[in-house]
Design a protein around this ligand. Structure first.
Ligand SMILES: CCCCCCCC(=O)SCCNC(=O)CCNC(=O)[C@H](O)C(C)(C)COP(=O)(O)OP(=O)(O)OC[C@H]1O[C@@H](n2cnc3c(N)ncnc32)[C@H](O)[C@@H]1OP(=O)(O)O
Length: 212
């Protein structure tokens, strides 16, 4: 019968490695998700929009209330972009609605947290694409000049990545309705920094739900 020999000196090493691994998880894992306290103050221009009478803040209970409210109302998780701990996080949108829809503009701020990282210190291109998806959709929901949440579906987001985004950045996102053709709402969107440099641009299409 084969015998198994236990190499006793390896036991402390295994124990030490496990302890080091646990410590690393404790120290590193929580840092991957930024929350509001780690993001620093909101950009000042966002508060200026609050005071600008031509813009109105878009408020949604599913963004403003917690997990419990979401669960009770049919949601299964946290919002991919609007949750406080999202890797790329949009705390607010403001709408300058225009009667008839075309020319309506949605403006927001986006923070790229450590969970958005790809190469050292730089964000994954998919984070910019996700943001464009979100702003195209929410701009499309404003096809009447007022925001009608979940009134359609994003069906296309063609995004051009123009300039890398540093982890920890606050950037401005904008979406504007450029055309409405029946249920199809065409939106142009962009992501820019405080100097006006454009990090990405998108052309998107939202299909509004059929009237029931
Ligand atoms: C009720 C809860 C609403 C929730 C909203 C959630 C918002 C989001 O997050 S969207 C999530 C990601 N997007 C999706 O999952 C969309 C998936 N797509 C779909 O479900 C369907 O394609 C849907 C419902 C949008 C459209 O279906 P339907 O209502 O039958 O419209 P359909 O007749 O196919 O198309 C309408 C028009 O849009 C055009 N169109 C549809 N899809 C596309 C596309 N991908 N690209 C270009 N044009 C398109 C069609 O060609 C058609 O044009 P026309 O009127 O000139 O002939």
């Amino acid at each position: 019968m084969d015998t198994i020999t236990l190499n006793v000196p390896t036991l402390p090493c295994v124990g030490l490695a496990a302890a080091a691994g646990l410590l690393a998880c404790k120290l590193i894992a929580p840092r991957r998700r930024a929350d509001e306290t780690e993001r620093g103050p909101l950009p000042a221009w966002l508060d200026e929009l609050e005071d600008d009478e031509s813009y109105e803040r878009v408020r949604l209970p599913e963004w403003d209330n917690g997990t419990e409210w979401r669960r009770k109302n049919g949601f299964k998780g946290s919002d991919y972009v609007h949750d406080a701990c999202a890797a790329v996080h949009v705390p607010r949108y403001y709408l300058r609605g225009v009667s008839g829809g075309v020319g309506s503009k949605l403006v927001g701020a986006a923070h790229f947290g450590p969970g958005a990282e790809s190469h050292r210190g730089l964000c994954h291109g998919g984070t910019m694409c996700s943001l464009m998806d979100d702003v195209v959709g929410w701009t499309g929901f404003c096809a009447t000049g007022v925001c009608k949440p979940w009134s359609g579906f994003t069906v296309q987001i063609n995004t051009a990545l123009k300039k890398p985004v540093d982890v920890g950045s606050w950037l401005r996102i904008e979406g504007e309705i450029v055309k409405i053709d029946g249920r199809k709402v065409s939106v142009k969107a962009r992501l820019l920094d405080v100097d006006g440099d454009v990090h990405c641009e998108a052309e998107g299409l939202v299909v509004l739900k059929k009237k029931s």
